[in-house]
Design a protein around this ligand. Structure first.
Ligand SMILES: O=C(O)CCC(=O)C(=O)O
Ligand SMILES: [Fe+2]
Length: 275
């Protein structure tokens, strides 16, 4: 089901102990301690079984009309990744989030709001995360206006190796700098084979720009690094720090549909989300 490859704990004689701390925890219920550990960089990922029930997944995917999906700029990313809703990523090359973002955001939130038997799957996910965190979860803001969070994303060809760090890619975007950035994905439908997500214990360094392969990065940047690989079943959710390099394998047989957003940890202890 899952694979963990960690470097051995280092403890040479005479040296102080140091721990790699990049495990994959598989749990039935999300808890605040694991969320903190991923945010603090001492846990590779948390894989939550059955975050959504089978009927919540089926209901949401069944009511998601194919024609409601747009996609990331194929010219930029080099593959087809479809999605409902705008990503601030779409505006990385602009100085700020542009008017078309807000229009798309409103339309997508409206479409998504009734997908789960008349309810919003994002609201359900945020309730469950808030219950685990025992604190508030709100939408992140940009220029005082709440951003869109909660894309429904469909990938067939996976992704290359990349990282996501809003403060480094789009410093003007969020009103509050998060102490840590997490990626949340709940897998509403999963392929028979493929679609695994691998997270490497390695953040971006400036010299990595020499290792770029178009939008993605060459495998060399993570070649020596510990990693965790998660093979989620439908209904499962995975939380990791996307500032670590990560990638998704291509699908074989079936669709891979996720509810996806980023989570920032606020200086006040609450969480804020965006896509
Ligand atoms: O779909 C996934 O498993 C992860 C996709 C990804 O790159 C992200 O959420 O940042
Ligand atoms: Fe990513």
């Amino acid at each position: 089901m899952h694979k963990t490859k960690n470097a051995p704990q280092q403890r040479r004689s005479g040296a102080t102990p140091v721990h790699t701390l990049f495990e994959l925890d598989i749990v039935e219920l999300l808890d605040a301690d694991r969320l903190s550990k991923v945010a603090a960089g001492v846990l590779g990922a948390v894989h939550i079984k059955n975050f959504f029930t089978a009927s919540e997944c089926r209901g949401t995917v069944a009511s998601l009309a194919q024609d409601s999906l747009g996609e990331y700029d194929q010219e930029l990313v080099g593959r087809r990744i479809r999605k409902l809703g705008p990503a601030v990523f779409d505006y990385y090359n602009a100085a700020e989030v542009e008017p078309s973002y807000w229009e798309e955001a409103q339309a997508a939130a409206r479409t998504r709001s009734g997908l789960l038997d008349g309810h919003d799957p994002l609201a359900v996910a945020l309730d469950r995360i808030g219950a685990a965190w025992k604190g508030g979860v709100t939408l992140a803001t940009s220029g005082g206006t709440p951003l869109f969070a909660g894309m429904l994303r469909e990938m067939d060809e996976g992704t290359g190796i990349h990282f996501d760090e809003v403060e480094r890619e789009f410093p003007a975007c969020l009103d509050e700098t998060p102490l840590s950035q997490l990626a949340f994905n709940c897998y509403l439908e999963t392929p028979a084979k493929g679609g695994e997500v691998t997270v490497f214990r390695r953040r971006w360094r400036p010299a990595d720009e020499l290792q770029r392969d178009g939008y993605w990065y060459r495998h060399d940047v993570v070649a020596q690094e510990p990693y965790v690989t998660v093979s989620p079943a439908s209904g499962d959710a995975v939380i990791f720090d996307p500032r670590n390099y990560h990638m998704v394998e291509a699908n074989h047989g079936g669709r891979r549909v996720t509810l996806s957003f980023f989570i920032g940890v606020s200086r006040h202890g609450n969480l804020f989300v965006w896509s």
